[in-house]
Design a protein. Structure first.
Length: 263
């Protein structure tokens, strides 16, 4: 059995087939034409299947999950709508995000927090999202590029995010001092029990990337203003990493640590 396999949705266009071939080359795994075969037929050949979909709606399938992983704005749409109505988003508040800021998300996942940040720093700001798993990075990058919503500014916020497929510590180490106003990390996918039906399929693909003291040290060097951490309420990670400021919000908490000074 193959570890991973690339195919397309039913009745693909020539462009979709070409992109599937390109992904197979990049990911170094086989491409197999769909030919109206069921996804279960592919999952009998490979543990995980990447499906190139129409209009950038790619999906990841695994025999371990009943639901595929695919991009959608998730809570970002509702959060942006609330911001448009005058509400203050907790991430935007603790990170003190404002138009023109540069925001680095070290744990992109579905990209919901990056979308909210992108909306907050528009039109002149920059958002970079780092994702170690190449399959997740590709699905989310395609989704950010093609997903369409009727919420003012939301499409622009999604299109503005740059997705980087790399280990987040390696990416940090290659950056110059004070490269971003805010460096953000959300280890909830890896360290917490996720109850959301939207997020559950992600756990079968996400890489195990811990927030270590080395990551925090590099993040403080790269940040101009602060490093912001998100975790479940009651999590011990804030104490373990020494975050001095913690704000509780519903089921999650945010911690902020000032960036290094004098650089």
């Amino acid at each position: 059995m193959e570890d991973k396999l690339i195919t397309t949705s039913v009745s693909p266009t020539p462009e979709m087939i070409e992109r599937a071939y390109q992904l197979a080359t990049r990911f170094q795994c086989p491409f197999e034409e769909r030919l109206h075969k069921t996804m279960n037929a592919f999952l009998r050949k490979a543990d995980k299947v990447y499906m190139v979909g129409k209009l950038g709606r790619d999906m990841l399938y695994t025999a371990d999950s009943e639901q595929p992983f695919f991009f959608h704005p998730s809570m970002a749409k509702i959060r942006v709508q609330r911001m448009l109505s005058g509400e203050v988003d907790p991430l935007v508040s603790i990170a003190q995000l404002r138009p023109g800021d540069d925001f680095l998300d070290l744990t992109l996942g579905l990209g919901a927090d990056s979308i909210v940040a992108s909306h907050a720093v528009a039109p002149a700001g920059n958002v970079v999202g780092v994702e170690k798993n190449p399959f997740i990075a590709e699905v989310v990058a395609q989704g950010l590029k093609h997903w369409d919503e009727d919420v003012p500014g939301l499409n622009e916020a999604m299109r503005s995010i740059m997705v980087v497929q790399q280990d987040h510590l390696a990416y940090l180490r290659a950056l110059k001092d004070r490269s971003f106003d805010t460096v953000y990390v959300d280890p909830m996918f890896r360290e917490a029990r996720v109850h959301s039906a939207h997020l559950t399929p992600l756990r079968f693909w996400a890489e195990d990337e811990k927030v270590t003291k080395d990551v925090l040290k590099e993040a403080k060097r790269v940040a101009r203003r602060a490093v912001v951490l998100k975790a479940e309420r009651g999590s011990q990670i804030f104490t373990r990493l020494g975050f001095p400021e913690i704000k509780k919000h519903r089921s999650v908490s945010y911690g902020a640590m000032p960036a290094e000074r004098g650089r």
